[in-house]
Design a binder for this molecule. Structure first.
Ligand code: KG4
Ligand code: ZN
Length: 338
């Protein structure tokens, strides 16, 4: 049995390694963030990201192994994110994983980063029942996924322009808050009035085939226009009202999707799922609708390798090992059913 999985995640600006047993028991999870390296540029610089992954990945893997309490020869398989993400960054993790798999003579398994986010909740809620609807909100993606079974997904809707995290980052940059914007807006919004400015809720009233889709670029423009017209507005009120508009759309659409497919549970995933207002409103909405809410801890929402090891374990069960000529696929999509 390939139960003890070493997971490796290098798709963007986090270098992470973790050891997880049977997609349930997290023995170690090490995350080295590159935020300080990119902050002064206001966003992730791909060339800097891949170089930093090369520098720290070996010690990060070593730390994950030591903290797991397992010796090298007790690891049963190595999983790494093969996409979506930055090609140079992905290649660092995929190459390291394949090399270790070869040396240790264990299977290598390529993991879809989005599938990793879908599995984050399972690490903390082993009794999670399928089918579920998952609201996956990250820096690059915003999607509502009907998880019918393990590895069997239906995409209900996704963003037609910016991802929710991208909107947080762009608005924060415009407001001069820094990078990454999500946590900074989250913090500042606590001092502002979420009802101060009535920002638009993109696509919230759609009842056609786009009813589960999202749009955030109009909101971003509305923030810019509002600040230009009202130079005296407080940044805290703008942050709180912007966040309120995003959370309102996300929660409204997620609960509608859950009702439509008759899901018994609604789950959050992805970096934006670390947002305090979203977490609170999500749990309240599920309680009102009588469905179970699954909200992973903040550390499991943002990029980490434990979720990659967990998704890797499930992929090994269903598809077996990946070939050793597997490369990086920057625009890899979530594998969809039928
Ligand atoms: O999933 P993730 O760590 O990386 C990607 O796969 O994209 O998500 C990163 C995104 C960034 O846009 C970041 O600003 C956002 O998640 N984020 C947040 C919060 N923490 C991270 N957005 C809102 N509130 C937060 N507390
Ligand atoms: Zn992510």
């Amino acid at each position: 049995m390939s139960d003890r999985i070493l997971g490796i995640e290098t798709s963007c600006d986090e270098t992470a390694a973790a050891v997880v047993v049977r997609a349930r028991e997290v023995r170690s999870s090490v995350v080295a963030s590159q935020i300080d390296l990119h902050a002064r540029y206001g966003g992730v610089v791909p060339e800097i990201a891949s170089r930093a992954h090369v520098e720290v990945l070996t010690p990060v893997i070593a730390q994950a192994l030591v903290e797991s309490g397992f010796a090298d020869d007790e690891i049963d398989a190595v999983a790494a994110t093969s996409g979506p993400g930055l090609v140079g960054s992905l290649l660092v993790g995929v190459s390291a994983a394949k090399a270790l798999a070869l040396v240790w003579d264990v299977p290598f398994v390529a993991v879809n980063h989005l599938e990793g986010h879908l599995y984050a909740a399972f690490l903390e809620e082993p009794d999670l029942d399928l089918p579920l609807v998952v609201l996956l909100v990250s820096g690059g993606h915003t999607m509502l996924v009907h998880m019918e079974d393990h590895g069997r997904y239906r995409l209900l809707g996704s963003t037609i322009d910016d991802a929710a995290g991208e909107a947080f980052d762009k608005v924060a940059r415009y407001l001069g808050l820094g990078y990454p914007g999500g946590p900074l807006i989250d913090k500042l919004a606590k001092d502002g009035d979420p009802q101060a400015i009535a920002f638009p809720r993109g696509m919230i009233d759609r009842d056609d085939e786009h009813r589960h889709d999202f749009s955030f670029s109009g909101l971003k423009t509305a923030v810019v226009n509002h600040v230009r017209r009202h130079p005296d507005v407080t940044t805290a009120d703008v942050a709180a009202s912007f966040q309120e508009a995003v959370v309102d759309v996300l929660v409204t659409k997620a609960r509608r999707a859950a009702q439509e497919v008759g899901a018994k549970g609604l789950c959050l995933g992805g970096g934006v799922a670390a947002n305090s207002a979203l977490r609170d409103r999500f749990v309240e909405a599920c309680a009102e609708d009588g469905i179970r809410a699954f909200v992973p801890s903040r550390a499991m929402c943002t990029d980490n390798a434990a979720m990659i090891a967990a998704a890797g374990w499930w992929r090994l069960q269903s598809d077996g090992p990946s070939p050793l000529d597997t490369g990086a696929t920057p625009n890899l999509r979530l594998p969809l059913a039928g």
